[in-house]
Write a protein that binds this ligand. Structure first.
Ligand code: URA
Ligand code: ZN
Length: 384
């Protein structure tokens, strides 16, 4: 059986969820007084409104967010052989400086230990002929609020010594000033030097004003922040990296973009054209150094894209921008987007939509389908 590898699949480790339970401001977990009601996960700033009763804020959070056995059951249900698990947003961005390092090490060690434990019991089950072995790897988190970038670089180096780590996951805020912040250079340098893959994932979206204000945003639940805010946030973050010359200074950096790059593949031509027409840039007679490498070159050499875009148009743009299907990797975004009818033991619509978009986009080339579903991840992330 060819491998099916899910490279976009999250967990909140039990220790992390306990920490959220102890907080009263975003991000936090609210436990309703009614013991039969679901706890609520309040991570988006638009969720945390006094006008919404606490028991209805955010989204329900059940064991699928933290119990690895529930993820393994989800993998079995969808034929997924291997998952590269990552802490979900907002990671450790919000921690005070003095606790960032110890929390990061704790979370990363927990992820590593989970992978080791699951894989060794899988190997045993297979040796006993019980088949269906599931394998886990992980992307680690970074202590981005730590007092010095060297603490972040040290964690990047330390992660290389943990056998199941295959990269790191990070949001778009960087050290607090976005990804075009020159203070990030030591971190880009560590990632490049260690050839650590960065999984860049959105969390902060766009300001509510972009959607007509807080009340208008809340009127439609999470549709505007998740469908539009997230992908635009990713697009803006990578474009700022490009414009500030990160890919010129660190030409060997490797970045996996969530949600097929947000809207980057679709907008790459427009971005390139605006750069070519920008009078500020040295290349066009101005005084500001613009990017030297083209967005198309970066897309084909530095960027990998997940296939979590739920449609053929997005996948076609991703494949075209990346110069083929071999930089595209299947993902699910589990445990987000569960079925609303609570029949969690049936196939998830969010997963089947992505499976069918991949199949329809690439068929009849079954080799290409297999590559996107797993072969590319095995090669790029060096999985067994
Ligand atoms: N919603 C989130 O907050 N994060 C995800 O990764 C997906 C949906
Ligand atoms: Zn995600």
């Amino acid at each position: 059986m060819p491998p099916i590898v899910d490279i976009h699949t999250h967990v909140y480790t039990p220790a992390y969820l306990d920490m959220l339970r102890s907080r009263k401001k975003v991000p936090y977990v609210h436990d309703p007084a009614d013991q039969n009601a679901d706890s609520r996960l309040i991570i988006l700033s638009s969720d945390d409104s006094a006008s919404i009763p606490a028991d209805q804020r955010g989204r329900p959070v059940d064991s699928s967010y933290s119990d690895i056995n529930v993820k393994l059951a989800f993998m079995r249900r969808h034929g997924i052989t291997t998952s590269v698990i990552s802490l979900a947003n907002p990671w450790l961005d919000f921690l005070d400086a003095d606790e960032a390092q110890s929390w990061t090490e704790r979370i990363n060690n927990d992820l590593e230990e989970t992978c080791a434990r699951v894989n060794s019991s899988s190997t045993k089950a297979q040796a006993e002929g019980n088949g269906g072995a599931k394998t886990l790897y992980a992307f680690g988190a970074l202590p981005l609020s730590a007092p010095s970038p060297s603490i972040v670089s040290n964690e990047i180096t330390r992660l290389k010594t943990l056998p199941h780590m295959r990269g790191i996951i990070m949001g778009t805020s960087g050290l607090g000033a976005g990804l075009d912040d020159p203070a990030l250079d030591p971190i880009w340098s560590s990632l490049e030097e260690t050839q650590t893959l960065l999984f860049l994932h959105p969390h902060y979206g766009l300001p509510d004003e972009a959607f007509g204000g807080a009340e208008a945003t809340q009127r439609y639940g999470h549709v505007l922040p998740l469908a539009l805010g997230f992908p635009l946030e990713t697009t803006i973050a990578v474009t700022r990296m490009l414009l500030s010359g990160v890919f010129d200074r660190f030409p060997k950096i490797k970045i996996l973009l969530a949600h097929s790059g947000g809207t980057l593949p679709f907008l790459a031509g427009r971005i390139e054209s605006c750069i070519a027409h920008e009078r500020h840039f040295v290349a066009n007679g101005g005084t500001t150094q613009g990017p030297v490498r083209s967005v198309w070159d970066v897309l084909k050499t530095n960027i990998y894209l997940d296939a979590v875009v739920y449609g053929e148009a997005g996948l076609k743009a991703a494949i075209h921008a990346a110069g083929g299907h071999d930089r595209l990797l299947f993902g699910t975004d589990h445990p987000f987007f569960p079925p609303l009818d609570e029949k969690e033991d049936s196939e998830w619509l969010s997963v089947s939509t992505n499976f069918s978009a991949i199949e329809k986009t690439l068929s009849p080339d079954q080799e290409a389908v297999r590559a996107v579903l797993g072969g590319n991840a095995v090669r790029i992330l060096n999985l067994n």
